[in-house]
Design a protein. Sequence first.
Length: 431
Amino acid sequence: MTETTTDTAKIPKDIAEAVMLPASYSEEQKRTYPALAWLRANNPFGLAEIEGYDPTWLATKHADILEIERNPKIFSSGNADPFLVDKAGREYLKTANNGARTQDTLAYMDAPEHTKIKNVTSGWFMPANVRKREEAIRQLARTSVDKLLAGEREVDIVKDFSLYYPLRVIMTLFGVPPEDEPMMLNLTQTLFGTTDEDSKRDDVEDGEGASMKAWKATLQDFFRYFNELSADRRKNPTDDLASIIANAKVDGEHLPESFVNGYYVAIATAGHDTTSSTISGAIEQFARHPEQLDAVRADPSLIPGVVDEALRWVSPVKHFFRIVTEDTEFRGRKLSAGDGVMLLYPSANRDEEVFERPNEFDITRKPNKHLAFGFGPHQCIGQHVAKLEMRILLEELLPRLAKVELLGEPQFVAANFLSGPKSLPVRIMPV
Ligand code: HEM
């Protein structure tokens, strides 16, 4: 790569660190977003070279991310872990995985394998099928809102509210019993929060490669649980997602255990963490913009717009990663086979060329072509579930919520892949 690198491509170290290092995201408003704005203005597709990481291209423009995602032959998902891993982590994984990929799951695959495996559940995730669950999901939303409004007025909206409803929804659809939900939540927070003081494992020592050691150990914990779940659903199939995956046949054969586990982990983790963060972000913005809360309370047809604007605003998936498969040119830069590219969705979602007033939260924004769910063949399979459950929650909550006030600033998880607020103290005022 180095012989193809020109000095104009190089990104200043402080900017690169603000975008790449997990710790920066604990101050994402102060550090990461300004760095992304700088990159869009000054070096929209540049090369970051910081200590401990291989040189990495940072894609910050909406149009560039679309183009990269449209071209999986050149920008592959199947050649490395689909998120940024430091050098020590890569070395650790190489040995720990015996050269194989870390997980047999969609985000690690290219076509034709990806297409076959995605098709196992793509029908289930279609809007028409997901809508059949609307009444069951509404019941969960009501229970969650009842609990919030019956309790204390001063709450931490993340820890006391937002974390639980998306967890209940996805575990109900998936087929994990309620008594196991706290364990699923804990494992998810440990998986995505390997770099955060509050969620990292205490059985993995700090130091080189620690984050990937913790990642791998947490995957093993998930797999132990899921081995039993899939065995049970093969014997006693139900209409839940766990049964569909456990009993699916691809090319006439059941999926190997590692593929079933890979699917289960993706659904059991990506399925709620992201949605919780988006709900917390929406509530924070209603506290900051009470007039927008009044507007949507007066006109509930604005609720789908709230969902999209919260997705744009929060962008709970901070990036996915691609590997260049052959020497190529992109945005005037020379890329070499093996180079890594970070697709920075939060940056696409504040791109001045696509969004007017991108740094304003506006529930009436139209159109709202955010990329919070990505794009192309890997676009989020759970997007219709996520949108439906958020719409239903807001339909149940907003008519009963007169006002919400911030009692402090939000705190954010120190993680650069999936992350969002971990604490948000508010006062809620029911109608
Ligand atoms: C606010 C909620 C969510 C957001 C913002 C989100 C975002 C994303 C993004 C950005 C991707 C990668 C897209 C790409 O590479 O172009 C993705 C993939 C994925 N998401 Fe979601 N997601 C959400 C909810 C869910 C839910 C509810 C589920 C499951 C029930 C889910 C399961 C998955 C899976 C399995 C993939 C991998 C798809 C593939 O590689 O083909 N996500 N999601």
